[in-house]
Design a protein around this ligand. Structure first.
Ligand code: HEC
Length: 136
């Protein structure tokens, strides 16, 4: 590959990346799609709502995700320690969910570590989000 071909290639990559970022900023649902697309690449496997649900309800460390978010993520949750109410996690009943990348990653990290003693994998995050958006 000569110098100019390489330059054109990287300019094209930069243009595509800019377009993706600009699109993601327009609407919240695009954040969801962007997260799923990124995790899909990292996981190298299709997501499963059934697996997401199983993870959501699996108890480890005395807790499961449903301990605070309830077994129906469309419902208002309740923090098991502070007893503070938690707005529903499923986008069907709370459209503001999964619209802020930083918030999503922060809480996945924190909650997976509380429940599983480790970060969730890209596959686990993709499964859980696929389960949550499947709830109507
Ligand atoms: C000890 C209580 C507790 C447990 C257990 C828990 N969460 Fe949460 N979760 C919270 C709180 C508190 C917030 C932040 C407050 C809010 O956003 O309403 C939150 C927020 C989130 C968010 C942010 C979503 C967004 O875009 O706003 C995700 C994702 C999430 N939790 C997933 C999980 C998963 C997956 C598990 C199981 C591995 C889990 N949570 C277990 C309390 C909990």
């Amino acid at each position: 590959m000569n110098m100019s071909t390489r330059m054109i290639g990287s300019l094209a990559t930069a243009a595509v990346a800019t377009a993706v970022l600009a699109t993601a900023a327009i609407a919240g649902t695009d954040v969801q799609s962007a997260l799923l697309a990124q995790w899909r690449v990292d996981a190298g496997q299709e997501f499963s709502a059934a697996r997401g649900r199983a993870l959501f309800e699996r108890r480890a460390n005395d807790w499961s995700c449903s301990s605070c978010h309830t077994a129906d993520p469309r419902a208002t949750g309740r923090h098991v320690v502070t007893e503070k109410s938690i707005r529903p996690l499923a986008p069907a009943s709370n459209p503001r969910r999964f619209t802020d990348r930083t918030k999503v990653e922060k809480w996945f990290r924190r909650n997976c570590n509380d429940v599983l003693n480790r970060d969730c994998t890209a596959l686990e995050k993709g499964d859980v989000l696929t389960y949550l958006v499947s709830l109507k």
